[in-house]
Write a protein that binds this ligand. Structure first.
Ligand SMILES: Cc1ncc(COP(=O)(O)O)c(C=O)c1O
Length: 450
């Protein structure tokens, strides 16, 4: 009989100890952090599922590539390696390195959008929304209906509602829509993939109206693998071939290499448009750096060049998707409400269903995240009313899994902690704000028990 167990497809060469705290210590630490887990010292966290961004483990090939870093200010060899690797997968004419994804977003929207414009997306990530709004444009989320219903099963819950896109363009007028974006996978919508069929349909609408299509490509490899697993006719294709097909349907992308770049820092902006690229590079020089390094060291460019290729390896993707699904399956089997099916990089607990006694205005997601920390030193993040204010359609707690970092026994521990909190869910109380910043308030907000 063939062996069914899917293992971590790597050996561990270097280890980083993690530290236990007592429950009493965590109670104190939580109060000192004003119930906002962003404000905790990382050394007081046992299992850190705050984000999968920049938290992955690099491979021996990436560490070796670091040593090849050419730190020349202009014309660095590392930039050529980086650009070749990006173009091999993404296929776009201009590749502009940035220090991370949001820098690419800021440059893209500064160049393409103005006050009064409207940017449709399946669902904007928080930094994407903030960067659209920072130039006076409106960020509009158009997920399919199933994408807004946590418990509903659908293979491609990240899809955009194509009819709603048509309706929006008809209502506001083509001149006010400078670009359409698709976030693959849809992070704020539960890490859910977008199908090739949906990308083609969105592309057709864009083409009909002459509107460019851009991807927020942070988790492109995971999205490609979901297409391979779930979309009819794609099983025999490699994840890389699928990724190449996705990007051939667009005009450019923003990318945070801290996700499927398997790097600890970095990002890029791509476009096929020469005139836009010119303006983008001018802005890049103003705040990021010269166009052959864009806020990164040559060694970072090397690590990203290797990382985006490794992220498409099938052994890696199988382990990645299976380990996320394992966490989701074992908690949902015990009745814990999660966004179904589990996403690629994270499991999202549905805090409104987990804690129905807490109204959205009292931040059920923040309260649940605080309890997971108290119970077992696990750090997660709220994606809901604290992050998006009244625009939040759901209150989720995201357990994002860093790439190649934790093993199955770590996941077993996380499952046990969630189930302990589930047992005493009725005693959990809501929170109220004592401080909020004018934008992206979730990073620095302070709260107390309501
Ligand atoms: C979908 C999506 N877009 C953009 C970003 C921003 O990338 P960065 O954190 O590198 O600025 C993120 C980060 O988590 C993301 O998940």
């Amino acid at each position: 009989m063939p062996i069914k167990t899917i293992i971590e497809p790597f050996r561990i060469k270097s280890v980083e100890p993690i530290r236990w705290t007592t429950r009493e210590e965590r109670e104190q630490l939580l109060r000192a952090a004003h119930y906002n887990l962003f404000l905790l010292p990382a050394e007081d966290v046992l299992i850190d599922l705050l984000t999968d961004s920049g938290t992955g483990a690099m491979s021996t090939r990436q560490w070796a590539a670091l040593m090849e870093g050419d730190e020349s200010y202009a014309g660095s060899k590392s930039f050529d390696h980086f650009r070749q690797s990006v173009q091999d997968i993404f296929g776009y004419k201009h590749v502009i390195p940035t220090h991370q994804g949001r820098a690419a977003e800021r440059i893209l929207f500064s160049v393409m959008c103005k006050k009064g414009d409207v940017v449709p997306n399946n669902t904007h990530f928080d930094t994407t929304r903030a960067n659209v709004e920072a130039v006076g444009a409106e960020a509009v989320d158009l997920p399919i209906r199933e994408g807004r219903e946590p418990a509903t099963l659908h293979p491609f819950k990240g899809n955009m509602d194509v009819g709603a896109l048509e309706g929006l363009i008809a209502r506001v007028g083509r001149e006010r829509v400078p670009l359409v974006m698709l976030t693959i996978t849809n992070n704020s919508g539960g890490g859910q993939p977008v199908s090739l069929e949906n990308i083609r349909a969105v592309r057709a609408v864009c083409q009909r109206h002459g509107i460019p299509l851009y991807f927020d490509a942070c988790r492109f490899a995971e999205n490609a693998y979901f297409i391979k697993l779930r979309e009819p006719g794609c099983a025999a294709k490699t994840p890389k071939a699928i990724a190449q097909e996705i990007f051939s349907l667009g005009d450019g992308c923003t990318m945070s290499a801290k996700k499927d770049g398997l790097a600890n820092i970095g990002g890029f902006l791509c476009t096929n448009d020469d005139a836009l690229a010119q303006q983008e590079k001018s802005l890049l020089i103003l705040t990021e750096g010269y166009p052959t390094y864009g806020g990164l060291a040559g060694r970072d460019l090397e690590a990203i060049g290797v990382g985006i290729q490794e992220a498409l390896e099938e052994d890696y993707l199988r382990y990645r998707i299976v380990s996320t699904a394992y966490l989701g399956k074992h908690v949902s089997e015990q009745g814990v409400p999660i966004v179904q099916p589990p996403g690629g990089h994270a499991v999202y607990l549905d805090a409104r269903a987990f804690l129905p006694q807490i109204p959205p205005a009292q931040f059920p997601g923040v309260a649940l995240a605080a309890e997971l920390y108290l119970e077992g030193g696990i750090r997660s993040v709220e994606i809901g009313t604290l992050m998006f204010g009244a625009a939040a359609r759901m209150d989720l707690v995201r357990l994002a899994i860093p790439r190649r970092v934790y093993t199955q026994s770590h996941m077993d521990y996380v499952i046990e902690v969630i189930l302990e909190v589930w047992k005493r869910r009725e005693q959990i109380r809501g929170l109220k704000l004592t401080y909020e910043a004018p934008f992206l308030r979730h990073f620095t907000a302070r709260l107390e028990v309501a």
